[in-house]
Design a protein around this ligand. Structure first.
Ligand SMILES: [Zn+2]
Length: 141
């Protein structure tokens, strides 16, 4: 049987941006770690958020730590209802979408400005009498 240790309020692990169990963003100075293996040699298997740590701690409080877990899921996948589909996006979602669109637009503007700058650089080069000659020969037709 796999021995799992829940290490509460562990220092933040570098590179872990989201909870391994619920995918919520990790923040703050502490997070929970799931270690697998015998004490002393256990290694961090996953970094999780404090809420998921609370769930696991609550399960252990309820059932004790000597447990095996089976998952039964006989129900068909949940389909979104008409009500879910009709629900307006939250203000935060709308703001997120708007900012994403603006970021895309700014990215395209930056690209076109860079292209214009490149063109201007080429024009300046070709107009420079000491530089590269425009329409330089040497190309076989
Ligand atoms: Zn979580």
């Amino acid at each position: 049987m796999t021995l799992v240790t829940l290490q509460r309020r562990a220092p933040v692990a570098p590179g872990a941006a989201s909870c391994h169990l619920c995918q919520n963003a990790l923040g703050g100075n502490f997070q929970d770690h799931l270690l697998v293996g015998t004490p002393g040699t256990a290694a961090v298997r996953a970094v999780i958020c404090a809420q998921c740590g609370d769930c696991l701690a609550g399960l252990i409080d309820l059932c004790g730590s000597d447990l095996r877990i089976l998952i039964k899921d006989d129900q068909p996948p949940i389909q979104p209802t008409d009500e879910d589909r009709a629900a307006p996006a939250s203000e935060l979602d709308q703001t997120r979408h708007r900012l994403t669109r603006e970021a895309d637009t700014l990215g395209r503007t930056a690209q076109s400005l860079r292209a214009e700058a490149d063109k201007l650089g080429i024009v300046r080069d070709t107009e420079n009498p000491h530089g590269r000659q425009p329409g330089g020969s040497g190309r076989a037709v």
